[in-house]
Design a protein around this ligand. Sequence first.
Ligand SMILES: [Zn+2]
Length: 410
Amino acid sequence: MRKSGRFLAAALSFALVLATPLSAQATKSGLSDAKSKKTALEAEKKKTEQELKNLEGLKSDTTAYVKKLDSSLESIGNELSKLGDDIDAKEKQIDTTKQELSEAKETEKSQYESMKLRIKYMYEKGDSTYVDLLMESGSLSELLSKAEYITKISSYDRQKLDEYAATKEKIAEKEKSLESEHAELLMLQDETEAKQASVEKLLAAKQTELQNYETKIASAEGQISEYAKSIEAQENQIKSIEAEIKRKEEEARKKAEEEKKKAAAANKAAQTYKTVSLGDISFTWPCPASGRITSGFGGRKSPTKGASSNHQGIDISAPTGTSIVAAAAGEVVIATYSSSAGNYVMISHGGGVYTVYMHASSLLVSQGQSVKKGQTIAKVGSTGYSTGSHLHFGVRVNGAYVNPTKYVSP
Ligand SMILES: [Zn+2]
C-alpha cells in the first residue's frame, strides 16, 4: 500500500538519524536537518489525520445507508409476511368455493334425476316413443329444449332446475376469480422476494464496505500514533543536539579563553625582554620560548671537557626543537657543524656586529641567506660540547665577544 510505504520510508530515515552519532549531528546543519525531519513527520501525520477524517466521514455515510437498507428490509419482510397471510386466506376461500361448487353440482344433478323420474311417470301411459326420445337426451340443455314440447312438466321443476344451474354458474365464476386473485398474489410475492434478495445483496456489499473503512481507520490511527511517537523521539533528538551544540560551544569558549590567557602570558613574557640598541641595531631575544639563562658571560668553571672556562656568550636552557630566531636582520655567514659548537649559525648585521647560535638540533638557513629579525633560523638541541639541550647565544662586536645581556635580556 502506498501509504504504509510512505510511513516506512519516514521511519527508515528516522532510524538513520538515530544511527548517526550525536556528536556528528551536533552542528547547525545537523540541527536544521533534525528540525526539517520533524517538520516532515508532522506534515505526514497531518496528512494521515486528514485521511482519517475522510474515512470517518465515509464510514458515517455508509452506516446511515446500512440503517436505511435495514429498515427497508424490515418493511419488505412485513410486506412478505402480509402477502403470505393473504395467499393462505385466498387458498382457504378457494377450497371453500370448490366445496360449494361440488355441492351445487350435486344439488343440480339430484334435481335433474328426480325431474326425469317425474317425467317418466307422467308419460308412462302416454306416447312411449316420445318418452324414449326424451330419455335418450345426452345433456341437460338438449333435454330442456326437447322438454319445451313437454307442456306437462311442472313449472316448479323447471324453475328449480334453472335456479340450481344459475347457482352453479355463479360459484364457478367466483372460483375462477379467486384463482386469478391467487395467481396475482403469487406474482406479487415473487416480485417482493426478488426485491428482498437485491436489498440483501446491497446490504452485504455495504457491510463489507463498512468493514473496509473500519480496517483503514484502524490502520490510519495506528500510523498517526507511530508518527506521534517518531515526532516525540525527533523532538528529544533535537533537544540532545541543541544541548550537545551548547556543550561544544561552551567548551570552545573555555578553550578560547584559556588560549587568550596563554597568549597574554606569552606576550607578557615577551614584553619582559629588555633591549639596548647597539649602534642602529636593536636585538630581539633569540629564544622566545625561554628566558632561563643557565650560564652567564665571562669567567666560569668549564661545564664539560672542551667547553670554554671563559664563556663567550650566554646559555639559554630550552627543550630540544624549541625555535631559535635571528636576533636582528642580517646575512647568514656561517651555517655548518663543528665538533665544539655543533650545528651553529653566524649572522652578520653589518658595522662589525655578528651574532652566533650554537648546539642546534637542526639548521633552517644556509650560508649567504638574508634573514629578517625574529625569523626562525634553527631548532634548540645539544650538539657539540654540550651537557644538555640549550642555546649558546653570542654577540661579537669589532672582533671581540661581548656580553649579550648588555643589549638584550630577560
Ligand atoms: Zn655556552
